[in-house]
Write a protein that binds this ligand. Structure first.
Ligand SMILES: NC(=O)C1=CN([C@@H]2O[C@H](COP(=O)(O)OP(=O)(O)OC[C@H]3O[C@@H](n4cnc5c(N)ncnc54)[C@H](OP(=O)(O)O)[C@@H]3O)[C@@H](O)[C@H]2O)C=CC1
Ligand SMILES: CC(C)CCC[C@@H](C)[C@H]1CC=C2C3=C(CC[C@@]21C)[C@@]1(C)CC[C@H](O)C[C@@H]1CC3
Length: 545
């Protein structure tokens, strides 16, 4: 069995709770790149070897223009506008200037990957011991309390709304359902079974083991990326269940109870995560979730990669029960629509919503490795925000369009149907291509397939893409995602705002994520980031924002 987990050394930290093992880590000595990374621990004082390499690289950059890597012709340097010569700059060690560097040069900068640098530290050199948070996001301490109360209440509101004949925002549900309506043991059992079933699929030694980005310690965690396999097995199981007469419309009729059960699981999980994070060492803490304020840290999550042996709780929750559950719920809504509307097949709108979102989830699972370079995996701690987001928010609010269509049919004309499909395909293309480009570049900056791209070196040793998708806007992946979100809402028509809720929420989420990422990158990359922002002026929508 080619299972790197069992064959690679696992860390059993002395401060781990009994029976818990925080990860299966690569020994630095196992990885050449990693060895070299360690010389970047203090960027201000590079080793003589690296200084020579940087100098050589800077000199190459000066005497070469931006061109495909490996090009025999030395190239002239360019400004952000194109092939214009740069004025010679004083060489600085901290910031190896923000000039563009051909990807070939990156081979001499083998990833000084600081996945996370402390937001609290004023020094530009990441310190493994400084893990307390000074900059508070999400409205700070008061904001965290607000979100802890508001998010569950908002989900409840949406669920009650979507059940109404007229789900207008002005038409609030007249009374809250009685307390016992919320709770159903069977629903709770189904939720637990689903999560356990997904956990079982996750631990099966099927599929590859992928390396995460280097942690602050320089170590890399390994992840079992068998999400697509889990999706296929789940689909086969669900198909068999439906074939044998299992009535999936139970999910539609017990939506509130299933959501309550999932909420309870996410709450218990968050409490567990908070308690166990007390024994997490400084290097295992997320730099954004260690302010010392209980509410804030509970919300944001203190531990970066909580693991039980090799079982990565954050990765599992983000990619499996909620995400695959989203498709299961959508399918249940299609069956509920047929039952409620007396149809032989789901409506076109329902098919579009189902197929579009199935494509989104399947793509995410197929490219599961790419998740390892996202903000959530690299920077965010695992606390209530993500536990609730993964287990409640995704499955019970991302499915509202399908739920809405059950009781609110919206016939589509063939031209509109075609236009919506085209829109979805365009969005998907932008989303996938840009995400794959960044992921491939982060994993192997000297990948020959990316050698035509221009890059900016940064003091951390990492470079920034400044052409290709990441040269169009600073978050081309968000652009694609938003175009897709539009294509998910359009099949529901314009009678109500509710099915547009996802679109509105998503704009807010991505704009906020973008600004979080901007300030994080500015702090990490300094003047190189400013240069990138000067070159790539728009954040998400070219020419607009
Ligand atoms: N459906 C949903 O609910 C949600 C979907 N998403 C989607 O998930 C995907 C991941 O999103 P997210 O994690 O927010 O952000 P990104 O995948 O865009 O990751 C941002 C990071 O990419 C790196 N980066 C930024 N610019 C460059 C550049 N020019 N060259 C190279 N690297 C760069 C930086 O990290 P570093 O330099 O440290 O590598 C930065 O912190 C997106 O497609 C998003 O649309 C996100 C949230 C919710
Ligand atoms: C409850 C809060 C207000 C917000 C919670 C946010 C989470 C629901 C999202 C944060 C990042 C996410 C990503 C995905 C799903 C939604 C969450 C968890 C994907 C896994 C969706 C599929 C894509 O292919 C990748 C996404 C990565 C980020």
């Amino acid at each position: 069995m080619a299972d790197g987990i069992t064959s690679s050394p696992c860390s059993s930290e002395p401060d781990s709770p009994i029976g818990l093992n925080r990860g299966c880590l690569l020994r630095p000595g196992e990885d050449q790149d990693l060895d070299q990374d360690l010389t970047w621990l203090v960027p201000e004082t590079p080793s003589p070897q690296l200084r020579t390499r940087r100098r050589r690289c800077n000199m190459e950059t000066r005497s070469s223009s931006v061109a495909p890597a490996g090009s025999a012709e030395p190239d002239r340097p360019v400004s952000s506008k194109g092939n214009v010569s740069r004025k010679p700059k004083r060489r600085r060690l901290v910031e190896p200037s923000a000039s563009f560097v051909p990807a070939s040069c990156l081979q001499t900068f083998p990833l000084g990957n600081w996945v996370e640098a402390p937001s609290s530290s004023s020094s530009s050199a990441p310190s493994s011991s400084s893990s307390s948070t000074s900059h508070l996001d999400f409205g700070g301490k008061i904001g965290a309390i607000f979100w802890l109360l508001f998010l569950p209440a908002w989900v409840l509101f949406l669920i009650l709304q979507v059940n109404q004949e007229d789900p207008s925002l002005t038409n609030f549900p007249r009374a809250l359902p009685s307390l016992q309506t919320f709770w159903d043991f069977q629903a709770f059992g189904f939720v637990l079974l689903w999560i356990l079933f997904q956990a079982l699929l996750y631990i099966l030694p099927v599929g590859q083991l992928s390396e995460g980005m280097p942690l602050r310690s320089g170590e890399k965690l390994r992840y079992r990326t068998n999400g697509f396999f889990a999706m296929v097995v789940s689909a086969v199981l669900v198909a068999a269940a439906v074939y044998h007469g299992v009535d999936l419309t139970y999910i539609h009729s017990h939506f509130l109870q299933l959501a309550t059960a999932s909420f309870l699981v996410s709450l218990l999980l968050s409490i567990y995560l908070f308690i166990r994070s007390r024994s997490a060492g400084p290097e295992q803490r997320a730099l954004g979730g260690n302010s010392g304020n209980v509410a804030y840290d509970f919300f944001k999550g203190r531990e970066l990669n909580p693991r039980i042996n090799n079982f990565d709780l954050k990765f599992f929750c983000e990619m499996r029960p909620g995400l695959i559950g989203w498709c299961l719920i959508n399918l249940a809504m299609a069956l509920a629509e047929m039952k409620q509307q007396g149809l032989d097949a789901p409506s076109h709108s329902m098919i579009l919503v189902n197929v579009f979102q199935l494509l989104y989830v399947t793509d995410g699972l197929w490219n599961e490795e790419a998740i390892l370079t996202t903000m959530d995996l690299m920077h965010d701690g695992f606390g209530f925000m993500l536990a609730f987001g993964d287990l409640v928010w995704v499955p019970f609010t991302y499915t509202l369009q399908a739920y809405y269509l059950v009781g609110h049919p919206n016939p589509l004309s063939p031209p509109l149907l075609t236009a919506i499909i085209l829109l979805k395909l365009v969005g998907f293309y932008i989303f996938r291509k840009s995400n794959s480009e960044k992921n491939a570049f982060r994993r192997n900056p000297s990948d020959p397939k990316l050698s035509h791209l221009k890059t900016i070196p940064t003091a951390t040793g990492k470079s920034l893409l400044v052409s290709g998708w990441w040269g169009v806007v600073r978050h081309p992946n968000y652009l694609g995602d938003l175009v897709m979100a539009l294509a998910w809402s359009l099949p529901c028509g314009f009678s109500h705002l509710l099915p547009w809720y996802y679109m509105i929420y998503f704009i807010i989420l991505l704009v906020h994520r973008d600004s979080r990422d901007m300030s994080e990158c500015r702090r990490k990359y300094g003047s190189a980031w400013d240069e990138y922002c000067r070159t790539v002026r728009y954040r998400i929508i070219p020419g607009v924002y």
